[in-house]
Ligand binder design. Structure first.
Ligand SMILES: [Ca+2]
Ligand SMILES: [Ca+2]
Ligand SMILES: [Ca+2]
Ligand SMILES: [Ca+2]
Length: 515
């Protein structure tokens, strides 16, 4: 079910009155409903953004493509946010050992200008406006731990800004040699400045990650430049940040940067923060829990655990998630099935896993752990491969029929975004039932029920649903449609439903999608 949205620029009462939802005696009565009793005051923009914790991570989609996705798909489906790839001007590498213009170019910024392979500053700004108008927040992947690799042998860039990789010189910011960490400089106690002890907090945070020029975030000047970049994005309407390589920035330094950020323009609150704390450290100071005071963390352990259960066909084990040892509490986690790094290193499922990947994304949206982000990147066959781009590396429009993944707009996933939004207030899992090791069902209170079948054949069984008696429309097959259900109808009687779940598929019903 898709609900109509109120265009954000209408005065606050007009849509309600137009819809006949309120019958009032005139403007005085209407004014009494507004804070301060002032008719015609600017509406709180927050009311116009989708009340949803679901993000679509449209990784390396160019800005016009993100804008169109927000307007045509993400907003109408009820997504709360879209995550976009790093927007800063970056290196442009026509020839590398991984081919022309590898995807990781955008993780090597050369300035904080917004002329990039994903579009211009104007296109970025227009994208944010289009997404907000569709009810969708914009979260930016912020690369602030480092600038480009000092091992680059060319200094070509997408916006034309000059930089000197070996000289650590970025005149467009400007940053110079002294704004970076160097070998044995009193910060990085290492002879070649490259991190090799991944459990030494000082080395991990003050030395270089794979030759990337590491910013001296202890410097007030450097912190000011980073905060200036993020505040520029906030000024364009950006609502939050996925902080790249956050593990490599001292927690106190990032707290100081965060303290200098403006509130968001749309909702007037601090930007949402999701920190990339790559797992693997045994030193507690480098584990996710040591970073949550600065914001949420990416849910790597959850994604890896999901992979194991869906690949092994052991969905019954998902009942035990509350006892899994995960990075952080649900309220501090940005959850996912995959992202651009883990789909390449194979630590999580990806589009290459077919049905398991789709089913795992349904589960991500159904299960109340973290703020789920559904990923759509591009199809790839070699690890460093460029996104579809022109000869100069500028990314071409995302085409779902050619080269791009578009699960975020699929019927099943958009149905599940609606399901998650409709069940949000039922925060616990109930009625968890495993009718086989690879077939499960569970409820979210009295608001929704889902069944998932990871076996090779259809599975028919009876489930306690928690729902009121009636006929519901499965949202995986389209939810409600003209004159009934677009797809499968499910009858609940005495709180129980007998459901046939397709092989490798799911059936999901909620109180907001009844026939
Ligand atoms: Ca060392
Ligand atoms: Ca070293
Ligand atoms: Ca660092
Ligand atoms: Ca499986």
């Amino acid at each position: 079910m898709q609900r109509a949205r109120v265009p954000r620029r209408l005065p606050p009462l007009a849509p309600l009155l137009a819809a006949g939802a309120l019958v009032l005696g005139g403007s005085a009565a209407a004014a009494a409903l507004l804070p301060g009793g002032t008719a015609g005051a600017a509406p709180p923009a927050a009311a116009d953004l989708n009340p949803s914790d679901v993000t679509a991570n449209l990784w390396e989609w160019n800005w016009p493509s993100v804008a169109r996705a927000c307007t045509e798909h993400l907003g109408p489906a009820g997504y709360g946010a879209v995550q976009v790839a790093p927007p800063a001007e970056s290196v442009s590498l026509a020839g590398t050992s991984e081919g022309a213009h590898p995807w990781w170019e955008v993780y090597q910024p050369v300035s904080y200008g917004l002329t990039s392979r994903l579009g211009t500053r104007d296109e970025f700004a227009a994208m944010v406006t289009a997404c907000h108008d569709a009810g969708v927040r914009v979260y930016v992947d912020a690369v602030i731990n480092h600038m480009a690799g000092h091992d680059n042998t060319v200094n070509t860039t997408y916006g034309g800004s000059a930089f000197d990789p070996q000289g650590f010189s970025y005149p467009a910011v400007p940053y110079g040699y002294g704004d970076f960490h160097h070998a044995n400089d009193g910060y990085c106690n290492d002879d070649d400045a490259g991190i090799d002890d991944w459990n030494d907090k000082s080395e991990v945070q003050n030395c270089e990650l794979v030759a990337l020029s590491d910013l001296k975030t202890q410097s007030g000047y450097v912190r000011g430049k980073i905060a200036g970049y993020l505040n520029d994005l906030i000024g364009l309407g950006v609502d939050g940040f996925r902080v790249d390589a956050a593990k490599h920035i001292d927690q106190d330094d990032f707290a100081a940067i965060k303290g200098a950020l403006n509130d968001t323009t749309a909702e007037g609150r601090p930007p949402y923060i999701a920190q990339e704390i790559f797992p693997g450290a045994s030193n507690p100071e480098l584990q996710a829990a040591a970073f949550t005071r600065n914001g949420d963390v990416l849910g790597f352990a959850y994604a890896m655990g999901i992979k194991t259960q869906f690949q092994n066909g052991t969905l019954s084990n998902l009942e035990g998630i509350p006892s899994w040892s995960l990075e952080a509490a649900s309220s501090q986690t940005y959850a996912m099935v995959t992202n651009h790094d883990t789909e390449r290193d194979g630590s999580t499922l990806s589009y290459k896993n077919g049905g398991d990947y789709t089913l795992a994304n349904y589960f991500l949206l159904a299960y109340p752990y973290g703020r789920p982000a559904v990923f759509d990147g591009f199809a790839w066959s070699s690890r460093g491969q460029s996104p579809p781009a022109d000869a100069r590396g500028f990314v071409t429009d995302a085409d779902c029929a050619s080269g791009w993944q578009c699960i975020t707009r699929s019927t099943g996933i958009t149905g599940m975004v609606g399901w998650r939004n409709a069940t949000a207030s039922a925060t616990a899992v109930s009625d968890f039932t495993a009718t086989a090791r690879d077939v499960i069902g569970f409820s979210r209170g009295s608001l929704g029920w889902i069944g998932l079948n990871d076996s090779a054949g259809p599975s028919t069984a009876s489930y306690a649903t928690g729902l009121a008696d009636g006929v519901y429309c499965d949202v995986i097959t389209g939810g409600t449609g003209p004159g009934g259900c677009a797809g499968t109808a499910v009858t609940v009687s005495g709180g129980t439903a007998t459901v046939t779940i397709p092989a490798g598929g799911a059936v999901a019903i909620h109180a907001g999608a009844r026939r």
